[in-house]
Design a protein around this ligand. Structure first.
Ligand SMILES: [Zn+2]
Length: 333
């Protein structure tokens, strides 16, 4: 368990002592986190430089953060991660202006006001200039795919691609003991936000609105979670919130969390449709979270609204149109 500076609390990472010495995730890059990792390894008679392999569940700071730190400490290690997550790991930069601009473009399409986007981006850039980075890019040595078996001396771990929280998030399943390492996909203390962002490539020619291709995190998350109902496992080892002994319940709780929110948005759209009104994603945000501070609480909640609108469109309940200024409008079918 390593400290993080965030509300989510400490991050749980896992060590496989057997051959080869393997860490699943690495903690944020702070002196406190490095000291805690060093002490945990030392209690097992190991040093930072003894780690031979790092498997990353995904590219967020509390998971990827110290992979390069271990290399810098002398560890001759390989980093393994899902092929869809690898670019984020190798080019991770918290000072990446491009990422801020890309997210702003998405929020703009959903009607978030320009002055709010500008003020929020300025704050973020200033915060990044003033605080040391909590995460560092590193080289990925092996690209993992869904269903692959990763051999260890006495057992093997099976890779499950579980997109949603991020595009290339993986779970690691040990069929004999029934343990499932879930990263942030399933947590004991919270339900993860789901990313949403543009992908490379031209717009889908079948989309009459000419939208850029996008990773639709919430839709992918619900599909990944439902898919887990078919996997047999007895214990969840998450990155936050202890060890979960009732995995079925954890899955159903996470599904319910989002289903309730999607239904709430659907009901809102239906009421507006009865009044003959279309709404933007931003108008839905304001109606759902009247007390939230847009400056600090817009981002993850807006990703949820966009994700829910994706799900409603996919299920045929929601319809999306484009206004003359490019902003998307939504209504109930
Ligand atoms: Zn995460």
């Amino acid at each position: 368990m390593l400290p993080t500076p965030w509300d989510v609390g400490p991050v749980q990472i896992y060590l496989i002592e057997g051959d080869p010495v393997t860490l699943i995730d690495t903690g944020v890059k702070t002196p406190e986190s490095r000291a805690a990792l060093g002490a945990a390894l030392e209690s097992l008679g190991l040093g930072l430089d003894d780690v031979q392999r790092v498997i990353l569940t995904h590219a967020h700071g509390d998971h990827l953060g110290q992979a390069q730190t271990l290399r810098d400490a002398g560890a001759d290690l390989e980093v393994w991660a899902h092929e869809a997550e690898a670019p984020m790991i190798e080019f991770f930069s918290v000072e990446n202006d491009e990422r801020i601009d890309e997210t702003n473009e998405l929020f703009r399409e959903y009607g978030v006001p320009e002055d709010l986007l500008r003020e929020q981006s300025e704050r973020k850039r200033q915060w990044m200039r003033e605080s040391p980075p909590l995460c560092e890019a590193t080289r990925v040595d092996r690209l993992l795919r869904d269903g692959e078996a990763l051999p260890f001396k006495d057992f093997e771990l099976r890779v499950i691609h579980a997109p949603g929280h991020t595009v290339g998030h993986i779970l690691l399943h040990e069929p004999q003991s029934g343990a499932l390492v879930t990263g942030d996909h399933i947590m004991g203390s919270a339900v993860p936000f789901t990313e949403n962002g543009y992908l490379d490539g031209p717009p889908d020619p079948r989309d009459p609105l000419g939208r850029r291709p996008r990773f639709k995190g919430l839709s992918a998350y619900l599909t990944s979670l439902r898919g887990l109902r078919r996997t047999s496992f007895s214990t969840i080892l998450p990155a936050h919130g202890g060890v979960l002994e009732r995995p079925d319940r954890a899955i159903e709780d996470a599904l319910l969390f989002y289903e309730v929110r999607i239904q709430r948005i659907e009901r809102g759209l239906r009421t507006l449709a009865a009044m003959g009104k279309d709404v933007t994603g931003w108008e839905i945000w304001k109606a759902l979270f009247p007390k939230a501070d847009p400056l600090t609480q817009m981002r993850t909640r807006m990703l949820m609204v966009i994700g829910a609108l994706d799900v409603l469109e996919e299920t045929g309940t929601g319809v999306t149109l484009r206004r003359d200024d490019g902003v998307l409008l939504h209504h109930h079918r």
